[in-house]
Ligand binder design. Structure first.
Ligand code: ATP
Ligand code: MG
Length: 210
């Protein structure tokens, strides 16, 4: 799962955990969740509000102790070396890494919210991404995914999207909501949306202050 994670909230972790649970049910072997913070989304005008180091730290706080879960900083490391980061490159690198480490049979999935899936045809080498990693999609912001996708994808690819649509209830939480609550000084509003250690960290570091 890629994202800005600015900051990571309980919606992200719940999505990752439930998606892995779905894959576990298929009985195809152990499932690992990799959370890959983006340096800057090509679709977002501004850089993340928190620093790379703070976003990574919050991700680690929110996922510590979760089985088979890792924070993968590859996109940030590449950006620090001056390279832009695109999902297609990240997935190719993940594939290469798995193949080199004796996991050529391991399947990759892309965890993505319906808001992102709706705009996916604009992503760089989008059809190639879908060949490398089959999508697992969670409903978001009441997006009618089938309607949004129609016209952008052929029939075979529509089937791939529909097969990946997870039947889990939406959790209407976003990092934007968290940042707005904190900027208004309303930590209590943000409390249910965050891991307690993440809320403490935001407070201590005075992150997201107006
Ligand atoms: P922002 O409001 O800053 O855009 P966000 O909450 O959308 O933040 P991102 O880091 O942009 O979080 O999202 C990373 C991925 O997680 C995206 O695929 C997004 O659709 C998904 N996602 C974010 N929030 C939720 C949620 N509440 N439930 C399910 N998926 C989510
Ligand atoms: Mg978002």
């Amino acid at each position: 799962m890629g994202g800005s994670f600015d900051p990571v909230h309980v919606g992200h972790v719940r999505f990752g955990t439930l998606a892995c649970g779905e894959l576990d049910k298929r009985g195809t072997g152990p499932t690992w969740l990799a959370l890959a913070p983006a340096a800057r989304s090509p679709f977002k005008a501004a850089r993340p509000a928190a620093s790379d180091a703070d976003r990574v730290h919050m991700l680690r706080l929110a996922t510590e102790g979760l089985p088979n879960t890792r924070v993968w900083t590859d996109e940030l490391d590449r950006a620090a070396a001056g390279e832009p980061s695109y999902t297609i490159d990240t997935l190719r690198r993940a594939r290469q890494w798995l193949d080199m480490h004796g996991n050529a049979g391991t399947k990759l999935h892309l965890l993505i919210g319906a808001d992102q899936a709706a705009a996916f045809h604009r992503w760089r080498e989008a059809p190639e991404i879908l060949k490398l990693a089959s999508p697992l999609v969670v409903g978001r912001e009441s997006v009618n995914l089938e309607r949004e996708l129609a016209g952008h994808w052929d029939e075979a690819t529509m089937k791939v999207w529909c097969a990946g649509l997870l039947q889990i209830p939406e959790l209407p939480i976003s990092s934007t909501m968290v940042r707005e609550a904190i900027a208004a000084g309303d930590y209590e509003r943000a409390r249910p949306w965050l891991h307690p250690l993440v809320l403490d960290y935001i407070r201590e570091r005075h992150l997201y202050h107006a």
